[in-house]
Design a protein around this ligand. Sequence first.
Ligand code: DSN
Length: 447
Amino acid sequence: MWFEEISKTDPEIFGFVKDELARQRDGLEMIPSENFTSLAVMQAVGSVLTNKYSEGYPGKRYYGGNQVIDSVERIAIERAKKLFAVPHANVQPYSGSPANLAVYLAVCKPGDTICGQSLAEGGHLTHGAKTSMSGQIFNSVQYGVREDGYMDIEGARKIILESRPKLVWVGSTAYAREFPFREISEIADEVGAYVAADISHVSGLVVGGAHPSPVPYAHIVMTTTHKTLRGPRGAMIMVTDKGIKKDPGLAEKIDKTVFPGLQGGPHDHVTAGIAIALLEASRPEFSKYAAQVVKNAKALAKGLVSRNITLVTGGTDNHMVLVDLTSFGKGKGVFAQEALDLVGITANRNAVPRDQAPPFYPSGLRLGTPALTTRGMKEPEMEQAAGMIADVIEKVSAYELPDDKDARIAALKRFRSDIKADNDLKLIKSRVVELASKFPLYQGMQS
Ligand code: DSN
């Protein structure tokens, strides 16, 4: 049995691990930033490498006994460089947000102007949102999307040329079209800004050939490793040839900012998991996977549109779909997310462009296909999933979310009790379990 020692040492945690395994197995995981790692990646993360301290970099550590760890990190670096076609990679960042902070501190000083896609219009918190340190330490200016939901390149041009930022981000977390690496970089080049591409969402598609690469255009490329790339939770910062041409010391600046600037000892067990994921991503079957992720997202989008569900931009070019529920009223995302959760479809509520509702109760729903594709699902299953999602949305679309806090709490309480008792939703849940059971997950693990 896989979790034998956990079960002996800590039955309480063992119970939770079992429950989570069952939740992942029996449901449809449709959060676009999630995936299922291979067992090889998972075993690396659960290996003896977790025991080691190795502050520094291969060959230059502050601790003894790093001969083996040096080899692991060197392999991870070499694989990243080869796969993404870059001259430099740092595989130590703990995750995406600290990695982005390292990018800032490598090329900017507090108070400098920086520019990124607004969180409210599909960007990431760390690209200059006022609620994040990135929008507080730096003078942040933001670009967004047009009325039709596509990136507002002309708007970005105006903002970048006017404000002349030191650093420009390109990369999104809720944008279902091709990320405009070339367009934004060309504008940033006009003002001599550094361009950092945050490809956390699409890195697996990039290496699989299902999305254009930012490498010819950006100076720095950051990716988390656990989304479409299908590795363990972690991140990498890469420097491109263009980056080294602009600033020959850029790679060294990035390394110094990650350690000792921001982090202590790297998570060597995760580095090993990243190395394995990079090896897996270099294989031909991963390109097939990446292509299928996009085909599945398109099939999902088509299925939803056929049920009159509105999508931001009307469809997708990548692995995600952004559902706009505003035709039912504002702030409906919470009802859709919770009812979907109840039937075993995991998604996350998300702001839609120009959302009139508050960020905690937004009017949209973000869906993605990376995890279901890893399970082996294809277009017919996406059509079934779209049908079930549409059924659930229709079921809950009439619920209203009051602005008043007390009224809202009461309304949500009523809603939760209604959906628990709803027989149609119970039926959808059994269809979800039936579909999921046809695509076994982590077969070797017994719960
Ligand atoms: N990367 C974000 C997401 O897309 O879910 C979380 O920070």
